[in-house]
Design a binder for this molecule. Sequence first.
Ligand code: ATP
Ligand code: MG
Length: 482
Amino acid sequence: MNYSDNLNANKVFPVLSKTADQLGLECYVVGGWVRDLLLGRPSEDIDVVVVGSGIAMAEAFAKELGSGAYLAVFKNFGTAQVRKGKIDVEFVGARKESYHRESRKPIVENGTLADDQCRRDFSINAMAICLNASRYGELVDPFNGVEDLANGIIRTPLDPDITFSDDPLRMMRAVRFATRLGFTILSDTYEAIRRNVERMDIVSSERTAEELNKIMRTSNPSRGIMLMDGCGLLAKVLPEIDALKGVEKHNERAHKDIFTHTMRVLEGVANRSDDIWLRYAALFHDVGKPKTKQWDDNHGWIFYNHNFVGMKMLTPIFRRLHLPLGEELKLVKKLVELHMRPINLCDEGVTDSAIRRLLFDAGDDIDKLMILCESDITSANREKVERFANNYQLLRIKLKEIEEKDRIRNFQPPVDGLEIMQMFNIPPCAVVGELKNAVKDAILDGIIPNEHDAARNFVIANAAKYNLKPVDVSSDRIHIEK
Ligand code: ATP
Ligand code: MG
Protein backbone atom coordinates (compact mmCIF):
# COMPACT_ATOMS: atom_id res chain seq x y z
CA MET A 1 0.00 0.00 0.00
CA ASN A 2 1.29 3.43 -0.92
CA TYR A 3 0.08 6.53 0.89
CA SER A 4 1.15 9.23 -1.56
CA ASP A 5 -2.47 10.30 -2.23
CA ASN A 6 -3.06 10.71 1.49
CA LEU A 7 0.09 12.76 1.79
CA ASN A 8 -0.88 14.94 -1.16
CA ALA A 9 -4.20 15.78 0.48
CA ASN A 10 -2.12 17.96 2.83
CA LYS A 11 -0.15 20.64 0.98
CA VAL A 12 2.62 20.49 3.58
CA PHE A 13 3.97 17.12 2.47
CA PRO A 14 5.00 18.01 -1.10
CA VAL A 15 6.89 20.98 0.37
CA LEU A 16 8.59 18.75 2.96
CA SER A 17 9.45 16.27 0.22
CA LYS A 18 11.04 18.92 -1.98
CA THR A 19 12.99 20.39 0.92
CA ALA A 20 14.33 17.01 2.04
CA ASP A 21 15.46 16.09 -1.47
CA GLN A 22 17.15 19.47 -1.95
CA LEU A 23 19.14 18.85 1.24
CA GLY A 24 19.73 15.20 0.31
CA LEU A 25 18.22 14.06 3.63
CA GLU A 26 16.17 10.91 4.24
CA CYS A 27 12.91 12.13 5.73
CA TYR A 28 9.71 10.59 7.14
CA VAL A 29 6.44 11.56 8.77
CA VAL A 30 6.23 9.44 11.88
CA GLY A 31 4.17 8.56 14.96
CA GLY A 32 0.76 10.00 15.77
CA TRP A 33 0.02 11.45 12.32
CA VAL A 34 0.60 8.08 10.61
CA ARG A 35 -1.41 6.23 13.26
CA ASP A 36 -4.30 8.66 12.96
CA LEU A 37 -4.23 8.51 9.16
CA LEU A 38 -4.61 4.74 9.28
CA LEU A 39 -7.40 5.11 11.83
CA GLY A 40 -9.15 7.60 9.56
CA ARG A 41 -8.88 10.34 12.19
CA PRO A 42 -7.23 13.32 10.57
CA SER A 43 -4.73 15.10 12.82
CA GLU A 44 -3.08 18.48 12.45
CA ASP A 45 0.19 17.86 14.28
CA ILE A 46 2.92 16.42 12.14
CA ASP A 47 6.11 14.83 13.49
CA VAL A 48 8.96 14.51 11.03
CA VAL A 49 12.06 12.45 11.53
CA VAL A 50 15.14 13.16 9.44
CA VAL A 51 18.17 10.91 9.14
CA GLY A 52 20.64 13.71 9.82
CA SER A 53 19.93 17.15 11.26
CA GLY A 54 16.27 17.77 12.08
CA ILE A 55 17.15 21.39 12.79
CA ALA A 56 18.73 21.98 9.34
CA MET A 57 15.63 20.47 7.76
CA ALA A 58 13.34 22.69 9.85
CA GLU A 59 15.29 25.82 8.87
CA ALA A 60 15.10 24.98 5.17
CA PHE A 61 11.40 24.11 5.43
CA ALA A 62 10.61 27.40 7.20
CA LYS A 63 12.42 29.26 4.41
CA GLU A 64 10.45 27.31 1.79
CA LEU A 65 7.15 28.29 3.47
CA GLY A 66 8.18 31.95 3.22
CA SER A 67 6.88 34.91 5.15
CA GLY A 68 4.75 34.25 8.21
CA ALA A 69 6.52 31.00 9.03
CA TYR A 70 7.68 30.76 12.63
CA LEU A 71 10.69 28.64 13.52
CA ALA A 72 11.60 27.52 17.04
CA VAL A 73 14.84 25.63 17.60
CA PHE A 74 15.45 23.58 20.74
CA LYS A 75 19.19 22.99 20.43
CA ASN A 76 19.42 21.01 23.69
CA PHE A 77 16.92 18.48 22.43
CA GLY A 78 18.04 18.53 18.79
CA THR A 79 14.48 19.34 17.76
CA ALA A 80 12.75 22.21 15.99
CA GLN A 81 9.21 23.31 15.28
CA VAL A 82 7.81 25.24 12.34
CA ARG A 83 4.41 26.88 12.46
CA LYS A 84 2.49 28.90 9.93
CA GLY A 85 -1.27 29.32 10.29
CA LYS A 86 -2.66 25.87 10.85
CA ILE A 87 0.60 24.20 9.87
CA ASP A 88 2.48 22.74 12.85
CA VAL A 89 5.44 20.47 12.13
CA GLU A 90 7.98 19.14 14.61
CA PHE A 91 11.38 17.96 13.41
CA VAL A 92 13.83 15.61 15.02
CA GLY A 93 16.98 13.89 13.81
CA ALA A 94 16.75 10.09 13.86
CA ARG A 95 18.31 8.96 17.11
CA LYS A 96 19.38 6.10 19.27
CA GLU A 97 18.64 6.49 22.95
CA SER A 98 20.09 4.99 26.10
CA TYR A 99 18.98 5.73 29.63
CA HIS A 100 20.33 6.23 33.13
CA ARG A 101 18.37 4.46 35.81
CA GLU A 102 17.55 7.62 37.71
CA SER A 103 16.25 9.79 34.86
CA ARG A 104 13.76 9.77 31.99
CA LYS A 105 16.21 11.97 30.07
CA PRO A 106 18.05 9.81 27.55
CA ILE A 107 21.60 9.93 26.30
CA VAL A 108 21.14 10.56 22.60
CA GLU A 109 23.27 9.52 19.63
CA ASN A 110 22.59 9.98 15.94
CA GLY A 111 20.97 6.89 14.47
CA THR A 112 19.07 5.39 11.58
CA LEU A 113 15.33 5.39 11.01
CA ALA A 114 15.23 1.87 12.49
CA ASP A 115 16.99 3.09 15.65
CA ASP A 116 14.50 5.89 15.91
CA GLN A 117 11.53 3.57 15.55
CA CYS A 118 12.91 1.34 18.32
CA ARG A 119 12.84 4.23 20.81
CA ARG A 120 9.15 4.94 20.19
CA ASP A 121 6.62 3.89 22.79
CA PHE A 122 4.21 1.59 20.96
CA SER A 123 4.09 -0.33 17.70
CA ILE A 124 1.17 1.81 16.54
CA ASN A 125 3.20 4.97 17.25
CA ALA A 126 6.37 3.72 15.53
CA MET A 127 5.19 3.70 11.91
CA ALA A 128 6.76 6.08 9.41
CA ILE A 129 5.90 7.12 5.85
CA CYS A 130 8.74 8.19 3.58
CA LEU A 131 8.62 11.71 2.16
CA ASN A 132 11.55 11.57 -0.30
CA ALA A 133 10.40 11.55 -3.94
CA SER A 134 12.02 8.19 -4.70
CA ARG A 135 9.95 6.39 -2.01
CA TYR A 136 7.18 8.96 -1.50
CA GLY A 137 4.23 7.41 0.40
CA GLU A 138 6.02 4.17 1.37
CA LEU A 139 5.08 2.86 4.82
CA VAL A 140 7.87 1.61 7.09
CA ASP A 141 6.30 -0.51 9.80
CA PRO A 142 8.90 -2.74 11.46
CA PHE A 143 6.74 -3.76 14.44
CA ASN A 144 3.49 -4.60 12.65
CA GLY A 145 1.73 -1.48 13.82
CA VAL A 146 -0.84 -1.88 11.04
CA GLU A 147 -1.82 -5.28 12.38
CA ASP A 148 -1.96 -4.00 15.97
CA LEU A 149 -4.16 -1.11 14.83
CA ALA A 150 -6.51 -3.55 13.13
CA ASN A 151 -6.62 -5.77 16.20
CA GLY A 152 -6.83 -2.87 18.64
CA ILE A 153 -3.65 -3.69 20.53
CA ILE A 154 -1.18 -1.57 22.47
CA ARG A 155 2.27 -3.15 22.61
CA THR A 156 5.79 -1.82 22.99
CA PRO A 157 8.17 -2.29 20.04
CA LEU A 158 10.90 -3.80 22.24
CA ASP A 159 10.97 -5.64 25.58
CA PRO A 160 8.28 -3.80 27.57
CA ASP A 161 10.27 -3.98 30.81
CA ILE A 162 13.05 -1.99 29.17
CA THR A 163 10.72 0.41 27.36
CA PHE A 164 8.84 1.21 30.59
CA SER A 165 11.82 1.27 32.88
CA ASP A 166 13.62 3.66 30.50
CA ASP A 167 10.73 6.09 30.42
CA PRO A 168 7.98 5.19 32.90
CA LEU A 169 5.69 7.92 31.56
CA ARG A 170 5.03 5.46 28.73
CA MET A 171 2.97 3.40 31.18
CA MET A 172 0.50 6.26 31.55
CA ARG A 173 0.62 6.74 27.78
CA ALA A 174 -0.29 3.06 27.30
CA VAL A 175 -3.40 3.58 29.40
CA ARG A 176 -4.16 6.84 27.65
CA PHE A 177 -4.02 5.37 24.14
CA ALA A 178 -5.93 2.23 25.19
CA THR A 179 -8.65 4.46 26.67
CA ARG A 180 -8.80 6.94 23.83
CA LEU A 181 -8.82 4.32 21.07
CA GLY A 182 -10.76 1.62 22.93
CA PHE A 183 -7.76 -0.72 22.55
CA THR A 184 -6.47 -3.57 24.69
CA ILE A 185 -3.03 -3.44 26.26
CA LEU A 186 -1.32 -6.70 25.31
CA SER A 187 -0.97 -8.87 28.42
CA ASP A 188 2.84 -8.96 28.23
CA THR A 189 2.91 -5.19 28.04
CA TYR A 190 0.31 -4.82 30.81
CA GLU A 191 2.20 -7.19 33.12
CA ALA A 192 5.38 -5.20 32.52
CA ILE A 193 3.57 -2.08 33.71
CA ARG A 194 2.70 -3.88 36.94
CA ARG A 195 6.38 -4.79 37.42
CA ASN A 196 7.56 -1.24 36.74
CA VAL A 197 4.98 0.85 38.57
CA GLU A 198 7.52 1.97 41.17
CA ARG A 199 9.51 3.58 38.34
CA MET A 200 6.82 6.29 38.23
CA ASP A 201 8.91 7.90 40.98
CA ILE A 202 11.25 9.37 38.38
CA VAL A 203 8.41 11.00 36.42
CA SER A 204 7.55 14.58 37.32
CA SER A 205 4.03 15.04 38.64
CA GLU A 206 3.36 17.62 35.90
CA ARG A 207 3.87 15.01 33.19
CA THR A 208 1.85 12.41 35.08
CA ALA A 209 -0.99 14.90 35.55
CA GLU A 210 -0.86 15.80 31.85
CA GLU A 211 -1.49 12.15 30.96
CA LEU A 212 -4.15 11.80 33.64
CA ASN A 213 -5.92 14.85 32.23
CA LYS A 214 -5.80 13.35 28.76
CA ILE A 215 -7.34 10.14 30.13
CA MET A 216 -10.03 12.18 31.90
CA ARG A 217 -10.84 13.99 28.63
CA THR A 218 -11.47 10.80 26.62
CA SER A 219 -15.04 9.67 26.04
CA ASN A 220 -14.56 6.82 28.53
CA PRO A 221 -12.38 8.01 31.43
CA SER A 222 -13.68 5.37 33.85
CA ARG A 223 -12.17 2.68 31.64
CA GLY A 224 -8.83 4.49 31.89
CA ILE A 225 -9.03 4.62 35.68
CA MET A 226 -9.91 0.92 35.76
CA LEU A 227 -7.00 0.12 33.46
CA MET A 228 -4.76 2.07 35.82
CA ASP A 229 -6.18 0.01 38.64
CA GLY A 230 -5.60 -3.32 36.90
CA CYS A 231 -1.84 -2.77 36.63
CA GLY A 232 -1.14 -0.95 39.88
CA LEU A 233 -0.80 2.56 38.44
CA LEU A 234 -3.86 3.73 40.34
CA ALA A 235 -2.38 2.93 43.75
CA LYS A 236 0.76 4.79 42.72
CA VAL A 237 -0.79 7.88 41.15
CA LEU A 238 -4.14 8.16 42.94
CA PRO A 239 -3.88 6.21 46.20
CA GLU A 240 -6.98 7.98 47.56
CA ILE A 241 -9.08 6.46 44.77
CA ASP A 242 -7.42 3.08 45.20
CA ALA A 243 -8.49 3.24 48.86
CA LEU A 244 -12.14 3.22 47.76
CA LYS A 245 -11.85 -0.42 46.80
CA GLY A 246 -13.18 -3.24 48.92
CA VAL A 247 -16.24 -4.12 50.91
CA GLU A 248 -16.54 -4.50 54.65
CA LYS A 249 -19.18 -6.57 56.38
CA HIS A 250 -20.82 -6.24 59.76
CA ASN A 251 -23.30 -8.93 60.79
CA GLU A 252 -23.41 -10.04 57.17
CA ARG A 253 -24.35 -6.54 56.04
CA ALA A 254 -21.95 -5.16 53.48
CA HIS A 255 -21.75 -1.64 52.08
CA LYS A 256 -21.37 -1.28 48.34
CA ASP A 257 -17.94 -1.15 46.78
CA ILE A 258 -17.23 2.57 46.56
CA PHE A 259 -14.68 2.22 43.78
CA THR A 260 -17.09 0.39 41.48
CA HIS A 261 -19.78 2.92 42.31
CA THR A 262 -17.38 5.81 41.62
CA MET A 263 -16.51 4.35 38.23
CA ARG A 264 -20.18 4.22 37.31
CA VAL A 265 -20.72 7.79 38.44
CA LEU A 266 -17.70 8.92 36.40
CA GLU A 267 -19.03 7.07 33.37
CA GLY A 268 -22.46 8.67 33.82
CA VAL A 269 -20.99 12.15 34.11
CA ALA A 270 -18.62 11.63 31.14
CA ASN A 271 -21.57 10.56 29.00
CA ARG A 272 -23.27 13.84 29.75
CA SER A 273 -20.47 16.38 29.97
CA ASP A 274 -17.03 17.10 28.52
CA ASP A 275 -16.16 19.32 31.46
CA ILE A 276 -12.98 17.74 32.83
CA TRP A 277 -13.44 19.34 36.29
CA LEU A 278 -16.96 18.01 36.61
CA ARG A 279 -15.47 14.63 35.71
CA TYR A 280 -12.83 15.06 38.42
CA ALA A 281 -15.64 15.90 40.86
CA ALA A 282 -17.25 12.58 39.93
CA LEU A 283 -13.95 10.78 40.47
CA PHE A 284 -13.49 12.39 43.89
CA HIS A 285 -17.10 12.75 45.07
CA ASP A 286 -16.86 9.91 47.60
CA VAL A 287 -13.13 10.20 48.35
CA GLY A 288 -13.98 11.02 51.99
CA LYS A 289 -15.89 7.78 52.53
CA PRO A 290 -13.09 5.46 53.70
CA LYS A 291 -12.14 7.94 56.43
CA THR A 292 -15.71 8.39 57.65
CA LYS A 293 -17.02 4.84 57.37
CA GLN A 294 -18.78 3.66 60.52
CA TRP A 295 -21.16 0.95 61.50
CA ASP A 296 -24.25 2.22 63.28
CA ASP A 297 -26.64 -0.26 64.88
CA ASN A 298 -29.66 1.79 63.87
CA HIS A 299 -28.66 2.95 60.41
CA GLY A 300 -26.18 0.35 59.17
CA TRP A 301 -23.11 1.64 57.34
CA ILE A 302 -22.85 5.39 57.54
CA PHE A 303 -20.36 7.87 56.09
CA TYR A 304 -21.09 10.88 58.21
CA ASN A 305 -19.91 14.17 56.68
CA HIS A 306 -18.00 12.34 53.94
CA ASN A 307 -18.73 15.14 51.49
CA PHE A 308 -17.06 17.69 53.74
CA VAL A 309 -14.13 15.42 54.65
CA GLY A 310 -13.69 14.59 50.93
CA MET A 311 -13.74 18.26 49.97
CA LYS A 312 -10.97 18.91 52.50
CA MET A 313 -8.80 16.19 50.96
CA LEU A 314 -8.80 17.85 47.55
CA THR A 315 -6.28 20.66 48.02
CA PRO A 316 -3.43 18.29 49.02
CA ILE A 317 -4.35 15.91 46.20
CA PHE A 318 -4.42 18.69 43.60
CA ARG A 319 -1.17 20.09 44.97
CA ARG A 320 0.58 16.71 44.82
CA LEU A 321 -0.62 16.07 41.27
CA HIS A 322 0.13 19.62 40.15
CA LEU A 323 -3.45 20.07 39.04
CA PRO A 324 -4.56 23.70 38.88
CA LEU A 325 -5.28 25.23 42.29
CA GLY A 326 -7.45 28.14 41.12
CA GLU A 327 -11.02 28.16 39.80
CA GLU A 328 -10.77 24.51 38.77
CA LEU A 329 -10.04 23.26 42.28
CA LYS A 330 -12.69 25.60 43.65
CA LEU A 331 -15.28 24.05 41.36
CA VAL A 332 -14.33 20.46 42.22
CA LYS A 333 -14.40 21.30 45.94
CA LYS A 334 -17.77 22.95 45.66
CA LEU A 335 -19.30 20.02 43.77
CA VAL A 336 -17.86 17.43 46.17
CA GLU A 337 -19.07 19.39 49.18
CA LEU A 338 -22.57 19.94 47.81
CA HIS A 339 -23.16 16.55 46.22
CA MET A 340 -25.44 15.35 49.03
CA ARG A 341 -27.63 18.43 49.07
CA PRO A 342 -30.00 17.88 46.12
CA ILE A 343 -30.99 14.39 47.26
CA ASN A 344 -32.21 15.86 50.52
CA LEU A 345 -34.36 18.36 48.64
CA CYS A 346 -36.20 15.71 46.66
CA ASP A 347 -39.02 15.75 49.10
CA GLU A 348 -42.62 16.88 48.66
CA GLY A 349 -42.42 19.16 51.66
CA VAL A 350 -39.19 20.89 50.73
CA THR A 351 -39.34 24.62 51.32
CA ASP A 352 -38.57 27.31 48.77
CA SER A 353 -36.05 28.59 51.27
CA ALA A 354 -33.99 25.35 51.12
CA ILE A 355 -34.01 25.54 47.33
CA ARG A 356 -32.95 29.19 47.36
CA ARG A 357 -30.04 28.26 49.64
CA LEU A 358 -28.91 25.54 47.25
CA LEU A 359 -29.10 27.99 44.34
CA PHE A 360 -27.13 30.50 46.35
CA ASP A 361 -24.42 28.00 47.34
CA ALA A 362 -24.09 26.36 43.92
CA GLY A 363 -24.46 29.59 41.91
CA ASP A 364 -23.74 29.12 38.22
CA ASP A 365 -22.55 25.57 38.85
CA ILE A 366 -26.00 24.28 39.74
CA ASP A 367 -26.35 22.44 36.41
CA LYS A 368 -23.02 20.67 36.92
CA LEU A 369 -24.08 19.72 40.43
CA MET A 370 -27.34 18.28 39.12
CA ILE A 371 -25.47 16.23 36.49
CA LEU A 372 -23.21 14.85 39.22
CA CYS A 373 -26.15 14.00 41.48
CA GLU A 374 -28.21 12.45 38.71
CA SER A 375 -25.23 10.25 37.79
CA ASP A 376 -24.77 9.35 41.46
CA ILE A 377 -27.81 7.05 41.41
CA THR A 378 -26.28 3.68 40.65
CA SER A 379 -28.51 1.34 42.60
CA ALA A 380 -29.20 -2.11 41.14
CA ASN A 381 -32.83 -1.59 42.08
CA ARG A 382 -34.52 -0.22 38.95
CA GLU A 383 -37.57 1.03 40.77
CA LYS A 384 -35.34 3.02 43.12
CA VAL A 385 -33.31 4.46 40.24
CA GLU A 386 -36.46 5.58 38.47
CA ARG A 387 -37.90 7.11 41.60
CA PHE A 388 -34.74 9.16 42.21
CA ALA A 389 -34.56 10.20 38.57
CA ASN A 390 -38.15 11.45 38.75
CA ASN A 391 -37.45 13.29 41.96
CA TYR A 392 -34.47 15.00 40.40
CA GLN A 393 -36.60 16.03 37.45
CA LEU A 394 -39.11 17.63 39.79
CA LEU A 395 -36.28 19.32 41.66
CA ARG A 396 -34.94 20.73 38.40
CA ILE A 397 -38.37 22.22 37.68
CA LYS A 398 -38.51 23.80 41.13
CA LEU A 399 -34.97 25.15 40.77
CA LYS A 400 -35.95 26.77 37.50
CA GLU A 401 -39.16 28.28 38.89
CA ILE A 402 -37.46 29.76 41.93
CA GLU A 403 -34.52 31.03 39.94
CA GLU A 404 -36.84 32.80 37.53
CA LYS A 405 -38.78 34.32 40.40
CA ASP A 406 -35.97 35.24 42.79
CA ARG A 407 -32.79 35.43 40.66
CA ILE A 408 -30.64 33.75 43.31
CA ARG A 409 -27.98 32.12 41.11
CA ASN A 410 -25.78 35.18 40.79
CA PHE A 411 -27.07 36.69 43.94
CA GLN A 412 -25.45 39.95 45.02
CA PRO A 413 -27.06 41.39 48.15
CA PRO A 414 -29.03 44.48 47.05
CA VAL A 415 -27.51 46.42 49.93
CA ASP A 416 -23.76 46.07 50.28
CA GLY A 417 -21.36 46.74 53.14
CA LEU A 418 -20.41 50.18 51.88
CA GLU A 419 -24.00 51.32 51.75
CA ILE A 420 -24.58 50.01 55.28
CA MET A 421 -21.54 51.95 56.55
CA GLN A 422 -22.80 55.12 54.86
CA MET A 423 -26.35 54.61 56.12
CA PHE A 424 -25.18 54.64 59.73
CA ASN A 425 -21.91 56.48 59.27
CA ILE A 426 -19.94 53.68 60.86
CA PRO A 427 -16.50 52.31 60.04
CA PRO A 428 -15.94 48.73 58.80
CA CYS A 429 -16.77 46.45 61.73
CA ALA A 430 -18.39 43.16 62.66
CA VAL A 431 -21.85 44.73 62.80
CA VAL A 432 -21.69 45.56 59.08
CA GLY A 433 -21.04 41.90 58.30
CA GLU A 434 -23.84 40.77 60.58
CA LEU A 435 -26.34 43.13 58.97
CA LYS A 436 -25.25 42.02 55.51
CA ASN A 437 -25.71 38.38 56.47
CA ALA A 438 -29.11 39.10 57.96
CA VAL A 439 -30.18 40.61 54.61
CA LYS A 440 -28.90 37.58 52.74
CA ASP A 441 -30.72 35.18 55.07
CA ALA A 442 -33.93 37.17 54.91
CA ILE A 443 -33.90 37.06 51.11
CA LEU A 444 -33.02 33.35 50.95
CA ASP A 445 -35.71 32.61 53.54
CA GLY A 446 -38.27 34.58 51.55
CA ILE A 447 -38.87 37.11 54.34
CA ILE A 448 -38.14 40.02 52.01
CA PRO A 449 -37.94 40.19 48.21
CA ASN A 450 -34.56 40.42 46.47
CA GLU A 451 -34.92 44.20 46.01
CA HIS A 452 -33.00 47.25 47.12
CA ASP A 453 -35.65 49.23 49.00
CA ALA A 454 -36.95 46.21 50.87
CA ALA A 455 -33.42 45.28 51.85
CA ARG A 456 -32.66 48.83 53.01
CA ASN A 457 -35.75 48.97 55.20
CA PHE A 458 -34.85 45.56 56.59
CA VAL A 459 -31.37 46.79 57.51
CA ILE A 460 -32.80 49.84 59.26
CA ALA A 461 -35.23 47.70 61.25
CA ASN A 462 -32.47 45.25 62.20
CA ALA A 463 -29.93 47.92 63.06
CA ALA A 464 -32.11 48.99 65.98
CA LYS A 465 -30.84 45.86 67.75
CA TYR A 466 -27.41 47.44 67.75
CA ASN A 467 -28.77 50.84 68.73
CA LEU A 468 -27.88 52.16 65.33
CA LYS A 469 -30.01 54.78 63.62
CA PRO A 470 -29.60 55.91 60.05
CA VAL A 471 -27.78 59.16 59.58
CA ASP A 472 -30.16 62.00 58.90
CA VAL A 473 -28.88 63.06 55.51
CA SER A 474 -31.17 66.08 55.35
CA SER A 475 -29.14 67.85 58.04
CA ASP A 476 -25.39 68.30 58.06
CA ARG A 477 -25.20 66.91 61.53
CA ILE A 478 -23.57 63.53 61.56
CA HIS A 479 -24.32 61.51 64.61
CA ILE A 480 -23.09 58.13 65.49
CA GLU A 481 -25.29 56.49 68.04
CA LYS A 482 -24.13 53.45 69.85
P1 ATP B 1 -1.39 12.78 20.30
O1 ATP B 1 -2.52 12.59 19.36
O2 ATP B 1 -1.79 12.68 21.71
O3 ATP B 1 -0.53 13.97 20.01
P2 ATP B 1 0.94 11.32 19.53
O4 ATP B 1 1.19 9.87 19.24
O5 ATP B 1 1.18 12.29 18.42
O6 ATP B 1 -0.52 11.45 20.07
P3 ATP B 1 2.85 12.79 21.01
O7 ATP B 1 3.00 12.89 22.49
O8 ATP B 1 2.51 14.00 20.24
O9 ATP B 1 1.79 11.64 20.78
O10 ATP B 1 4.20 12.15 20.46
C1 ATP B 1 4.49 12.01 19.10
C2 ATP B 1 5.21 10.70 18.85
O11 ATP B 1 6.44 10.69 19.57
C3 ATP B 1 4.47 9.47 19.33
O12 ATP B 1 3.59 8.99 18.35
C4 ATP B 1 5.59 8.51 19.63
O13 ATP B 1 6.07 7.92 18.46
C5 ATP B 1 6.68 9.41 20.13
N1 ATP B 1 6.66 9.57 21.60
C6 ATP B 1 6.10 10.56 22.32
N2 ATP B 1 6.35 10.42 23.63
C7 ATP B 1 7.09 9.30 23.74
C8 ATP B 1 7.67 8.62 24.84
N3 ATP B 1 7.53 9.05 26.08
N4 ATP B 1 8.39 7.51 24.57
C9 ATP B 1 8.55 7.06 23.31
N5 ATP B 1 8.03 7.66 22.25
C10 ATP B 1 7.31 8.76 22.44
MG1 MG C 1 1.11 14.51 18.65
